[in-house]
Design a protein around this ligand. Structure first.
Ligand SMILES: C=C(O[C@@H]1C=C(C(=O)O)C=C[C@H]1O)C(=O)O
Length: 246
């Protein structure tokens, strides 16, 4: 490509290991990098405002053309910690659930689990801004990202969606992955993957750069989020996408 590749990344702590290696990396000579929350960058990729983004996999069915271009993702093969249903009452006493406006994948995953795994009779409520304060009584809330790590200190009942998915399917889960809306040069993709790998190979440096008293980031980056896009994760992703077609 003649011009720079426009890339949008998730602005949460979970993406810091992937972005750590971009500073001063060769790939930045041909990259224009911006950050936003997942639902917003999903819209940017669908509308063609960017060429590639770390987008929620739930938007794949809405793309005319898509290429999964990277070896890395925001995935989990156990509790993810930052995508949870938060409540003051146990699961089966919940009556209404606030949905996270910043999410696409987790909202869809929650609906799959509610209908097929937990089999709950609940009402879903869309949100547009801060709603965490409304998680009270039998009103629960789905919260993702850094705000979920904060909500962990507040809500007595926490249902981890990646853990529930594993119980349901015995497969790992992929929340987001690098997807382009057009083919990109092979050399660019190689540089891009290399830049992604640097932080993952230097996690103590990434943690040192992002002081965060709310949650142990070493735990988050090594035991909760699982970054390699493995064959098992692709299988989990295909299973999840098959539910979205139903
Ligand atoms: C694990 C997470 O995965 C995120 C969840 C997303 C979604 O629900 O659409 C999208 C991108 C990921 O950053 C998280 O943000 O906590």
């Amino acid at each position: 490509m003649e011009r720079k590749v426009k890339v949008a990344a998730v602005s949460y702590l979970n993406t810091k290991p992937l972005l750590y290696g971009f500073k001063g990396h060769e790939v930045m000579k041909s990259t224009e990098l911006t950050m936003d929350y997942p639902a917003s960058i999903a819209r940017q990729l669908i509308d063609g405002e960017v060429d590639m983004a770390l987008v929620p996999v739930a938007i794949i069915p809405r793309m005319k053309e898509y290429h999964i271009i990277s070896d890395y993702c925001i995935g989990a093969d156990g509790p993810v910690a930052s995508v949870c249903l938060f409540s003051e009452v146990p699961l089966h006493d919940i009556k209404r659930i606030y949905l996270d406006y910043q999410s696409r994948t987790s909202v869809a995953l929650l609906k799959v689990l509610v209908a097929n795994h937990w089999k709950l009779d609940v009402e879903f409520i869309e949100t547009t801004g801060g709603y965490e304060g409304l998680i009270k009584g039998t009103d629960a809330g789905l919260v993702i990202g850094d705000r979920a790590l904060e909500q962990r200190l507040i809500s007595p009942f926490i249902y981890d969606l990646a853990e529930a998915w594993m119980h349901f399917t015995s497969l790992p889960f992929v929340f987001a992955t690098w997807i382009s809306n057009k083919p990109l040069p092979v050399e660019y993709i190689q540089q891009f993957n290399n830049a992604n790998s640097i932080g993952l190979n230097n996690l103590p440096a990434v943690v040192a750069e992002n002081r965060y008293p709310t949650y142990d980031l070493t735990l988050y980056y090594t035991k909760n989020i699982s970054y390699p896009l493995t064959p098992a994760k692709r299988q989990g992703m295909q299973r999840f996408l098959s539910y979205l077609h139903k």
